[in-house]
Write a protein that binds this ligand. Sequence first.
Ligand code: GLN
Length: 309
Amino acid sequence: MKRLKTAIDAVVEEIAKTDARGTPSQAVPALAGADTGQFGIAVHTCEGETVSGAAADTPFTIQSISKVFSLTLALEAHGDDVWTRVGREPSGDPFNSIVDLERHEGIPRNPFINAGALVVIDMLLGKNAGKASHDSVRAFLEARIGADAIGIDDDVANEEQSSGFVNRALANLAKSFDNLDNEVETVMKAYVEQCALTLSCEGLARAGAYLMSDRADQHSDSVAEARRARRINALMLTCGQYDGSGEFAYRVGLPAKSGVGGGILAIVPNEAAIAVWSPGLDDNGNSLLGTRALELLAEKMDWSVFGSI
Ligand code: GLN
């Protein structure tokens, strides 16, 4: 644990000295003015401890990181049937791209682009709710880390609700191909709400701990859950950073999911769940300093799914 704390402190120090900080998401006014000097990091270990640095308890909107949790619920409820409605391939396009959806006749390329997340959420609503352990991402997170660790940013939710033209277009296009059962507005509401949930790095690292698939973890005590976690990790590695996923795998070597709020959840299988946050984004909409911090921490801890050095 001491080695981890030393590594985290060194990462915090290096990040503070980094000049390039990226640009906050301009799509949502409530995010656009964020201070790119903000940075937080937390690591939840398989021993159940959380080690953190910098602004690890500052809440931020989890945005697309929520897509990991809704996918988990959809897989619980529907098993492999999920894959009849959404693919498992990287899109090579931006997260809100619409062209692929037409090309693939309403089947989104993967569950982590916006089109895919909308279809996954549709699978959790109304008569499709099925056997998911919880009826929303918020309820799923509350069960893992407690209601007090979770908030919602109403400004972000309201702005994304009123300005979500492209997301509505994606939902409508999926519906035109018969790949959305519920009303577009019903799906939009659930999508916007889960994107606007707020967690701190400490909360996010704890919330993502089930993806370590360490079966000693109290929340992952079944083989089925461990198998599901492994598959979600595969998708995070290949699709989690949109069209920056290849570069991210090369630099960091860990499955991860980003959000335009500046958060990233990364998983070291059987070892740790890492959450980083800094609101400045790179050209693909992934946190610039967050990615750099993960690269540094993975190097210092010799963490990679591609083997140790
Ligand atoms: N709420 C954002 C959107 O719909 C989520 C995108 C993201 O985090 N990449 O565009």
